[in-house]
Design a protein around this ligand. Structure first.
Ligand code: GLN
Length: 490
């Protein structure tokens, strides 16, 4: 089987003169057109902007100007990142007509590096969801089985990469929204340390948890893309002002001596046996690569889902108050007074899941309940962070499953929010503690891909990417391609 194209090979082909940015971009746009009816992975397509940027990239190359490692390569942005002049909906009716006057820093950084944006990917409304079913623009279908969910909230980005439409896309991860869809679509998803990537121009969901990252086929591609995406930004007050070391330089380092921790807490009743078995095989692979595997305790991890579902709604209820039909967002027509305008604009603009979160958030922050819920959740968050800190005294990375099951059917969980929330049971801890984490393909169960999660201490991205790349150098799971959608093959 031919291998789908990855970012590194596209960059090599461009450097060798075997292709042009315009050719790669045209192929990507054609793949969107061909697969949009089946996958619905995109909300907006920027045909003209992409082809103009691609032509400029080709000109730069011909003129011998300095180029970034990925200059001219097509990518897609999750529709949560503001793009000047290009609709940014955040998956919501509320922002269906919003065309930002400025770029998110992440978008600017990619543009400055010469990457070509072909379009904006579909996502759960305001990034709230684990299945992409809360999008105002309809479900995204999983390329491995179009009756199943690609995961969420970055499901459009994950489906686009898995189907070979683009080799890389951005995502955001507040509780697992990069890692879980990466796992369900059989690709690699990385959430960096909180503060590594700028949140400027990234529409806020829960500001103390939100972090931008990447969805790519390989860890090597993730490293290439993240080197361009991450870095200090004075426009984001929580941006980390730390030196950016290279994440590609040592990616080939042998894994001898890598200390992997496995937590009992990840082996709960909800974990499908296929995922458990695949994880055991993957850990054996790591042992053969020279890693040691030992047990670590994360005694408070069981608190992560309830803690998250207090903290995230609390922050979102505050962040989303700006969408009132006056300052931002959909405005209801024919209202008699201001109160009716607010009520109807928000009632019409937001979908059910977003309303549920705003109501929960407002409740837990209300004066009589603040101590009982919000404060208690902040305390639990501290305990979870302390558990990770203690565990990282003895291991370099913590490995486990990314999601409890392979991709579930569209419609299966949508009426049961708690079951849906439990899909993030393994990913949320890293967000609460601000830690870098990634998901990489570790097997195929009943024809569907499953992912392994690696979590590291703060700022350990180089080590995490090295650990993921080492595994991918010895295995082939990241090359597994959905049988029906090989649009990116060459
Ligand atoms: N699925 C989780 C939620 O619904 C996480 C979402 C995310 O990471 N943006 O909130």
């Amino acid at each position: 089987m031919m291998r789908p194209v990855d970012l590194a090979s596209q960059a090599d082909q461009l450097a060798a003169g075997d292709t042009t940015s315009v050719a790669l971009t045209e192929r990507s746009l054609a793949a969107i057109d061909a697969l949009q009816p089946t996958l619905n992975a995109f909300i907006s397509i920027d045909r003209e902007g992409a082809l103009t940027a691609a032509a400029a990239a080709d000109e730069r190359r011909t003129a011998g100007r300095p180029l970034s490692a990925l200059d001219g390569v097509p990518i897609a942005h999750k529709d949560i990142f503001c793009t000047a002049g290009l609709k940014t909906s955040c998956g919501s009716r509320m922002l269906d007509t919003f065309v930002p006057p400025y770029n998110a820093t992440v978008v600017d950084r990619f543009a400055a590096a010469g990457l070509v944006t072909v379009g904006k990917t579909n996502m759960d409304e305001f990034a709230m969801g684990s299945s992409n079913e809360t999008s105002f623009y309809g479900d995204v279908m999983n390329p491995w089985d179009t009756t199943r969910s690609p995961g969420g909230s970055s499901g459009g980005s994950a489906a686009a990469v898995a189907a070979g439409i683009v080799a890389g896309a951005t995502g955001t991860d507040t509780g697992g929204s990069i890692r879980q869809p990466a796992a369900l679509c059989g690709i690699t998803g990385v959430k960096p340390t909180y503060g590594r990537a700028s949140r400027y121009g990234m529409i806020a969901f829960a500001s103390s948890l939100d972090q931008a990252g990447t969805l790519t086929r390989t860890a090597k591609d993730a490293a290439l893309l993240l080197e361009l995406l991450c870095g200090f930004d004075p426009k984001d007050s929580t941006s980390l002002d730390v030196p950016m070391e290279s994440w590609t330089a040592d990616i080939d380092k042998p894994l001898d001596g890598l200390r992997i921790g496995v937590a009992e807490a990840f082996y709960d009743d909800g974990l499908a046996s296929g995922c458990r078995d695949a994880l055991e095989v993957a850990l054996d692979e790591y042992r053969q690569l020279g890693a040691t595997v030992s047990t670590v305790e994360l005694p408070h991890l069981y608190l992560s889902v309830p803690t998250y579902y207090v903290v995230a709604p609390a922050e979102c209820s505050s962040n989303l108050s700006r969408f009132d039909g006056i300052r931002f967002g959909h405005r209801a027509t024919d209202c008699d007074d201001l109160a009716e305008l607010y009520t109807r604009s928000r009632s019409e603009g937001f979908g059910d899941e977003v309303k549920r979160r705003i109501m929960t958030g407002t409740y837990v922050l209300s004066s009589g309940y603040y101590d009982a819920y919000y404060l208690k959740a902040q305390r639990a968050r501290q305990l979870i962070s302390a558990d990770f800190k203690a565990a990282f005294a003895t291991v370099d990375v913590i490995a486990g499953p990314t999601a409890p099951t392979p991709a579930f059917g569209l419609g299966d969980k949508v009426d049961d929010p708690v079951t849906m929330y439990l899909n993030d049971i393994y990913t949320i801890g890293a967000n609460l503690a601000g830690l870098p984490a990634l998901s990489l393909p570790m097997g195929v169960v009943d024809g569907l891909p499953v992912g392994m999660q690696l979590i590291g201490p703060a700022l350990s991205e180089a080590r995490l990417l090295n650990a993921a790349h080492g595994f991918q150098s010895a295995t082939d799971w990241h090359h597994a391609t959905p049988p029906l959608f090989q649009g990116g093959e060459q």
